[in-house]
Ligand binder design. Sequence first.
Ligand code: GLU
Length: 270
Amino acid sequence: MKVVVKVGTSTLAYATGRMNIRHVEALVKVLSDLKNEGHELILVSSGAIGMGVGKLNLPGRPEDMPTKQAAAAVGQCELMYAYDELFSRYNHTVAQLLLTGADIDHQERRHNFENTVRRLLELGALPIVNENDTVATAEICVGDNDTLGAVVACSVGADLLVVLTDMDGLYTADPRRDAEARLIPLVEEITPDIESLAGRPGSALATGGMATKLKAAQMAMQGGCDMVIANGARPELLYDIVAGRPAGTRFVARAKPSEAGGQRERRTKS
Ligand code: GLU
């Protein structure tokens, strides 16, 4: 199975900007094991800006663009250094791919990205994707890695996109404020009712980032790819998710790529 796993800063780093070693180590172990089992994996990892803040001892997440981009430049190194070292323990090779929205919109660059990912997978490497934050200004950025995860999943024809976050999935209400809140295990269609769960004011914790996740789910479902939102503090859930067992919230794809028909046009890099 071809699986894109997107992991957010809330899983990878503490509020201090320092790496959450427990989470990162556990994630790397499960991903390595799934690769050993024969699955093709692509990791979309946030955390560059967050870890740059920690490494540069900045007082908080910067607001101005140059500091944000400087933090990303420092943090991206830190992130890849950690992934390289940890995946090497399990004899896996990582590869860094940094994209902007402009690369995705540009047909040839997007094809080149797809070809590179395909070749990396053939070579047994693990592509790790992030937005190229050092150059991605507001006009050309994807903006959030949930969307980037969906774009990558659709581009490479993934069967599954897993979005790991600090919530167990999509809830009927904010579980940190409302004892009646229930996890929604399965979503077959993103109805206005479902959309309203992401945007309700005053429920910042439960729905923090849910709007972008629903947008990503919509994109993945349309592209024939299931998407699951699950808790990044429990990466072992990936075993169940990949096996199709219930975990988190699963958004069911409209049609699998094979049913949707048509081979994507491929262009080789010359
Ligand atoms: N690209 C950003 C970073 O690595 C994260 C964006 C996001 O998580 O949505 O810091």
